[in-house]
Design a protein around this ligand. Structure first.
Ligand code: B12
Length: 222
């Protein structure tokens, strides 16, 4: 096994912030073409035996930095987009390391609620749940309450996972839960995303999960 230094893992974070998917990408200052990007670094650390969880934690930290820079006006939308693309590229490398070997377990429908286009967190949750053997039906982003409820009914899902990153779209989760209850659908609702708090989840009758690992624990523990 190759020895992986802390610096190599730190470089994943740095490259996510810079939005460098791979060695062909440039960064803000220039001169980085040919240097490993997120894809190559994730590959390297995985081969070196670093656990996917640790890599995902670094990616989360990197996106926190991106969010702060956007808040302070240092970053703009294209910068957030570039970082998001770099994360997606890294997650593709990570996917085979998370894939399931066991038989398919319960069904879970997952979606980012209407009005919200953020999908990195949701995709990580979907990936880890698949890896844990769940049958995940991913409806994507900007999904209406109607579509979510219909799919849960059609698929007879045991769980539904809702993601919201904006304070303005968080309340859509409440609408989904109300609609499910109004139609008598007995499904457990997992809620997550940066905008969501444990209090809000409790208030609408959902189970709050702070991250993808907790989502797997909750679903498995059921
Ligand atoms: C990347 C990003 C974007 C990208 C998204 C690309 C994509 N494909 O996702 C783009 C550029 C499109 C974008 C757009 C916008 N964004 Co934005 N974005 C971000 C940023 C920087 C990172 C989000 C992210 O990917 N985090 C990393 C992932 C891994 O974390 P996560 O999503 O929280 O997921 C983890 C947990 O929450 C949990 N989880 C997540 N979902 C689920 C679901 C379930 C079922 C469960 C159980 C758990 C769970 O598990 C995940 C993994 O562990 C955040 C900053 C931040 N701190 O969140 C801002 C942020 C969310 N964006 C923000 C804003 C304002 C916007 C825009 C309105 C900007 C604009 N003026 O247009 C638009 C809105 C577009 C829309 N309609 O959705 C604000 C939101 C403020 C607020 N409180 O409402 C933030 C917080 C930035 C900021 N600090 O101001 N954004």
């Amino acid at each position: 096994m190759i020895k992986i230094s802390k610096e190599t893992i730190e470089r994943i974070k740095e490259n996510v912030v810079k939005g460098r998917r791979n060695k062909e990408d440039e960064d803000f200052e220039g001169g980085s073409i040919g240097e490993p990007g997120v894809e190559e670094l994730v590959e390297e650390v995985l081969k070196g035996g670093v656990k996917p969880k640790e890599i995902i934690d670094y990616i989360n930290e990197a996106m926190e930095v991106v969010g702060k820079r956007y808040e302070t006006g240092e970053f703009f939308i294209p910068d957030m987009m570039a970082s998001a693309e770099a994360v997606s590229a890294g997650m593709k490398v990570l996917e085979p390391y998370l894939s399931s070997t066991g038989e398919s377990m319960d069904k879970i429908v997952i979606a980012t609620v209407e009005g919200d286009l953020h999908d990195i967190g949701k995709n990580i949750v979907a990936l880890l749940l698949k890896g844990a053997g769940f049958n995940v039906i991913d409806l994507g982003t900007n999904v209406s309450a109607e579509k979510i409820v219909e799919t849960v009914k059609e698929e007879r899902a045991k769980f539904v996972g809702l993601s919201a990153l904006l304070t303005t779209t968080m309340r859509r989760m409440g609408e989904v839960v109300d609609k499910l209850r109004a139609e008598g659908v007995a499904v457990k609702v997992l809620a997550g995303g940066a905008a969501v708090s444990a209090e809000y989840a409790e208030q609408i009758g959902a189970i709050y999960c702070k991250d993808a690992f907790e989502a797997v624990e909750v679903a498995k523990g059921d």
